[in-house]
Write a protein that binds this ligand. Sequence first.
Ligand code: NAD
Length: 510
Amino acid sequence: MDFLKELGIKKRNLGASTGLKWIGSKDGGVIDVFSPVDGKLIASVYQATEKDYEQVIKKAYEAFLFWRTVPAPKRGEVVRQIGLKLRQYKKPLGTLVSYEMGKSLQEGLGEVQEMIDICDFAVGQSRQLYGFTMQSEREKHRMYDQYHPLGVVGIITAFNFPVAVWSWNAMIATVCGDTNLWKPSSKVPLSAIAVQNILGEVIEANNLPEGLFSIVIGKGSSVGEKLINDKRIPLISITGSIEVGKHAAEVIARRFGRSILELGGNNAIIITKEADLKLAIPAVVFGAVGTAGQRCTTTRRLIVHEDVYDQVKNSLIKAYKSLKIGNPLNEKNHVGPLIDKAAVELFVDALEKVKKEGGKILFGGKVLKGKGYESGCYVVPAIVEAKNEYKIVQEETFAPILYLIKYKGDVKNAIYIQNNVVQGLSSAIFTNNLKEAEEFLSVEGSDCGIANVNIGTSGAEIGGAFGGEKHTGGGRESGSDAWKFYMRRQTNTINYSTKLPLAQGIKFEI
Ligand code: NAD
């Protein structure tokens, strides 16, 4: 496998790096990384120990003291060079992401493209870390706000986006003057090691200090806990399940740290009777089976008006029948594997539960066996007729299950159903009726962080602020003004008069 060599992945890799050097003891246990594509061992990683962690965080903090003094556009120049390096390594890195995580090669390459795009975005941002100038109510006073670098940013990422989500955080944090400490998912550590090696080339070429970009690889319960409890890390961005995010949020809040929470979704598409089904059907299929249903923005619920319900149902079954399931590195296949056998069990279990609650499986639901499916991670995406109030429908099962839910009457009824879950990440409506679309986007409409009209729930652009409401956690990262969260804000007032006018007109005779 040439791409592994090109990216500096060895048979056994150390699990901690300060950017320039891989450090690490070999007594913290080993993670063997198997590909869900063919079940083969790709490589192994020594897990970072407590001692490794201490070494890494120390360097990250020291680097921050330097990096915060570098002018922001110069910080942007480093990020520009990272973008160039990622262009150079796009093919091997995209291939590794696909082989390690199981998403299609096109999606693997797309993930690296997102990294490149956020680099470009962050370069521009480095000249636009604007504060406001406000009008002071006092004579000869100037008042403005400014943004200062925050510190070491901890970035904990989920398995399903092995590299892109890190870059959404890290590239913005870097131009903001912060240093980064990454804990990738221990299900996909090799893609993270490859990124770290790429960063090393830029660090070396620019004579940058150790600690600007650091990484620790290990279990959530060990190194993950270290990060969330560490007072030296003022901000943790955590992408993962609601359960893990809730725990992390509590721990971080207890020490008055900041957190950006990017947690699970239970995303719905509404199809009204005035929808253009030529747009809606492919959007639903892509949203429900893309990345084998393992995107946070995957379409999990489809809320369809009764007048077009049968037509939508039949079109979907027809489309699902034509899906090719197999090795994601082969472009002809549409659906790849789930991340591991535990995910397959959750898929099977969810289908059992929905049947017990009264749901009807209309298509799919089988685990594939035999040639090409040796890893045991391939399933046939399922379409299930269900009710929104079923317990299992209320949960996020991280697998390709699409629940079909019928609604009657006004679009308000569909919006009510869509909002009636605890998660609030992505949502969409398909309609050619302006009133329905505006109702969906209004204050009484979708309660999600992302609300789309005539495009599906999955596949957000980096230019927008990404994140969701309610149990999805309320965090925002990537574009728009998400950068503000990675900096500390300060209001400054300067008196250039010869008097000292006190606030609220208070007079103080001395
Ligand atoms: P997960 O919650 O199992 O793990 C996420 C990360 O948290 C991993 O790096 C894990 O090691 C770490 N972790 C686990 N326990 C920890 C602890 N006690 N302290 C600190 N860190 C800990 O999630 P996963 O299975 O990797 O990913 C799937 C989930 O992520 C889904 O729920 C999905 O919706 C969500 N997700 C959300 C977004 C978003 O932007 N909202 C994006 C991608 C994935």
